[in-house]
Design a protein. Structure first.
Ligand SMILES: [Zn+2]
Length: 109
């Protein structure tokens, strides 16, 4: 068994788990029962994390997870993810609601 990714929002890990399992990869979630919703304690050890049962599925599972995460980030406008803790903030926030890190608006290329 190998850990793929961890994230502080259970609902996302659960969503990505569905995607990975849809690709035929058996998975297991750790810390699933420890949290409900968003982890309030910023300690990654407590974050829900997705594992693959078979190590050879690791790369594929990672790429599915990353693509899904990337797809969420590229949705324009609505939310601004914090670079420090990945909390999603309203698009016009000046600082992160969770950790007060200053947020920058994405610059046009
Ligand atoms: Zn933050």
């Amino acid at each position: 068994m190998k850990e793929v990714r961890r994230h502080h929002e259970f609902i996302r890990v659960n969503h990505f788990r569905d995607l990975v399992e849809a690709a035929g990869i058996p998975t297991m979630m750790r810390n699933e029962h420890l949290v409900h919703g968003v982890v309030e304690i910023p300690i990654p050890e407590f974050y829900p994390n997705l594992c693959v049962m078979n190590d050879q599925d690791y790369k594929e599972a990672c790429s599915i997870f990353d693509q899904a995460l990337e797809a969420e980030k590229t949705h324009p406008g609505e939310e601004l993810p914090c670079p420090e803790c990945e909390e999603n903030n309203p698009a016009k926030s000046a600082e992160c609601v969770a950790c007060q890190t200053p947020l920058k608006s994405p610059k046009p290329c």
